[in-house]
Unconditional design. Sequence first.
Lengths: 363, 128
Amino acid sequence: MNFILGILISSIAVTIIVLIPLLGVGAWNLYTLFGIIIPYAAMATFFIGIVVKVIGWGRSPVPFRIPTTAGQQWSLPWIKPSPIDNPKTTMGVVVRMIFEVLTFRSLFRNTRLEYRRTEGGPKLDYEWEKWLWLAALVFHYCFLVIFLRHFRFFLEPVPGFVSLLESLDGFMQMGVLPIIGFGLPGVYLTDMLLMAALTYLFLRRIYIHQTRYISLPADYFPLFLLLALGTTGLLMRHFLRVDITAVKELAIGLFKFSPDPKILSGIGVLFYIHLFIVCVLIAYFPFSKLMHFAGIFLSPTRNLSNNSRFVRHVNPWNYPVKTHTYEEYEDEFREPMIEAGLPVEKGAESTGETEEAESGEKE
Amino acid sequence: MYDGGKIIAGLIIGIGLLLAPFFYNAGTAAKAPDPQLTPKAKEAKECVTTALYMKSSHFSLLDEWRHTAVRENERYFKSPNGKIYYKSLQLTCLDCHSNKSKFCDQCHNYLNVVPYCWDCHIAPEEKK
């Protein structure tokens, strides 16, 4: 698909997602729908979708070991094995998975293939390329921190780790704009880094022509959705504020399964846009590439130990193959074979004949 | 299921973590904040600007006051309805809102906001 078309489709989709609550709440006052019904529906879709998807993956057979072998296999005592990159034991797999999930080790290995023409002739180069890894890591950790910081709206009393994250994240004590009156509330580093990382990941996608060629609307859509989510969040914190006390009352009401419809109308429309984007994001989650969140743990190329050389793995869907071995053939046709003078392995009466037949066979 | 035990265990842990806010809130009786006005504040009827603005953005106003008073020596603030106020947290704001624990702290504690006003300013003494 043409990349301009892909970007266009995704951005139109995100624009519509922003416009739905803007009209629904701003013009038609559908507070209960956008404040209570849609969040519950989205959460149900998210949790049921994830469970169904993961169980579906769990039911798929993984008959053979297909780990990516990114290091020397365990073999002879004088060849140094790589226990993490080519794990032989479950322990090695666990360590490999921890590194993969927490530090994105396979992205870190990314190199850029470059084809150049030097004075001598064509030359292939594998260039150092860590920017994808860096932006992905920054994005994922910032998203985690921002998600956990939101727990100040979800939990009452607010647990200590949220306060710790907030103070570390906001330690610059810096305003959003260098203009008087914009010095408070302080900017969170993760907010800025998240937006920067998302923008980089988008630009990278269209700047590198190979990634641009393979990019689909399903790749642009989550990026745009997250950018819209971040933008509405930043707007709400720094420019167009809403009544966050009511927001917290609503959130806690939702978690206690007793939301109070009376507080809904006191919250600004920007909040409902932010909430609707979150709802779309989590409802879209189980059906999209965002499922790598659970899928990373179920990747057979990462979570299997490379033990095919010393453990037998039987394909579970092997059906019983109907065979007819030579022994069975001989049992069936022994008499006619002997009559015709053909050599047989086992004689009709004694073993002596068998030896004779075998020696005859050798001649 | 292949490796069913491990997958189900992981799934339960993952979903359990994501559902944590439901479990956490089920055990607590969350009560909404209830900021109280002092008799003096009630008598004044209005703050330096609209109550809506003060509720959502009082810190922006304080930030502005701090900069203009300290750096530009503009000591007076003209409210939208023409009244003149002296720009001072302790002398103007806290004059009416002298009940920090029943006014400021109500929402700040509810939403885990830790304003650094009191790093420098002295919080008003409250009668118990």
